[in-house]
Design a protein around this ligand. Structure first.
Ligand SMILES: [Zn+2]
Length: 365
């Protein structure tokens, strides 16, 4: 936290609201260890700026009802884009992290100018004329690969088949600030890391990714490869992985394992589990491997594990079956309370990169 005095106080108030939602002045004073006059004057200033608003009254437990205050959702917006080899996931998010608009479209990646021109055009039409460009803080883009944010460089992406590829072109065409992040890191950012403190995110998408959050901040490792759980060996000498090795977790636990490499929709696969024996068998095998992966991660990190990605969105209905399998491999935990379902069942990566702009304005108010 680089600020002191009033600026720091405002930052802490906004930060608290972003992480914990609407609150009251009394609650702010208690949680942030501030005096009531300090809270009152800072909240008033934030309301004058327009970033904080009154949201009605709190549920009363007797006595005078406290006024609910929180971030003004319409103060600013951000766009999030999840860019993959064949698709774009796009979200328009308000300051409270609510998705106002979302879509997933087929948009085949091509590393040339026309791709970016079409992308920029599509994004502009996505928010206008409903929202003025000045209201958009920026565009976050999540990518399947290792990213050097300082140089705006995609260091390596198997999925897009690129190496040391400059991302500066998108920014020039969009005329808006752009933030880039690896897709799995982006997904954990959607969960508000400062609230999570310590946890890991398992992103069960067409490729299997992961991210690590320690003490409220993303942990990226020496080579920005922390959380590449997809390439841990799960079955020695097993199925071939797209990275070239055999037996990687990706070859057993990615969503593409269930959808015949994306030729079928996951929704259709999941709908058949209760009626088709063969599908049920494949789902059992999938959960078995996922249980091994989860047990290994729990042993390594001893933190909460957030189950995200496309498959993660379906897991709340299958926690009993998954739990039974995990208990075979992990005899140290008495319950599964460390397993958490993700907050955004769809487009978590796009939401995570969009939200980055909200953290940034908190620092400048
Ligand atoms: Zn691999």
């Amino acid at each position: 936290m680089p600020y002191t005095g009033k600026k720091a106080t405002k930052y802490h108030i906004l930060n608290h609201m972003l992480n914990h939602g609407d609150t009251s002045k009394v609650e702010l004073a208690k949680q942030l260890n501030l005096s009531m006059p300090t809270v009152l004057s800072n909240v008033n200033e934030l309301m004058e700026i327009g970033i904080v608003a009154e949201k009605g009254e709190m549920e009363s437990t007797g006595g005078r009802k406290a006024v609910l205050i929180g971030l003004n959702s319409d103060y600013r917006y951000a766009l999030g884009v999840d860019l993959t080899a064949n698709h774009l996931g796009i979200v328009l998010v308000n300051l409270c992290g609510e998705i106002l608009k979302q879509e997933r479209i087929r948009f085949k990646f091509d590393a040339d100018l026309s791709y970016y021109t079409r992308l920029a055009e599509h994004l502009r039409s996505y928010f206008s004329p409903q929202i003025a460009a000045e209201q958009i803080l920026g565009v976050g883009i999540s990518l399947p690969g290792i990213i050097n944010q300082k140089e705006k460089l995609l260091v390596k992406s198997h999925a897009l088949q690129l190496e040391n590829y400059s991302l500066k072109m998108i920014e020039q065409l969009l005329d808006l600030p752009v933030y880039y992040e690896n897709d799995a890191n982006a997904a954990i950012l959607a969960e508000n890391p400062q609230r999570l403190k310590n946890s890991i995110y398992l992103s069960l998408n067409n490729t299997l990714g992961g991210a690590v959050c320690i003490d409220g901040a993303l942990f990226t490792g020496q080579n920005r490869r922390a959380g590449e759980f997809g390439h841990m060996i799960l079955v020695p000498g097993g199925k071939r992985c797209y990275c070239g090795k055999a037996g990687c977790a990706d070859a057993y636990c990615a969503a593409s394992v269930l959808t015949q490499d994306g030729t079928e929709k996951l929704e259709e696969f999941m709908a058949r589990i209760d009626t088709d024996a063969k599908t049920a068998q494949r789902w059992e095998e999938y959960l078995e491997h996922l249980a091994i992966l989860i047990s290994n991660l729990r042993m390594s990190y001893d933190t909460d594990i957030i189950l995200g990605g496309e498959v993660g969105g379906y897991l709340p209905d299958h926690m009993v079956a998954l739990g039974k399998k995990i208990f075979k491999y992990n005899i140290f935990d008495d319950d599964l309370s460390y397993l958490k379902n993700c907050s955004y069942r769809k487009e978590a990566s796009a939401v995570g990169v969009a939200k980055q702009f909200f953290w940034r304005i908190m620092e400048t108010v």
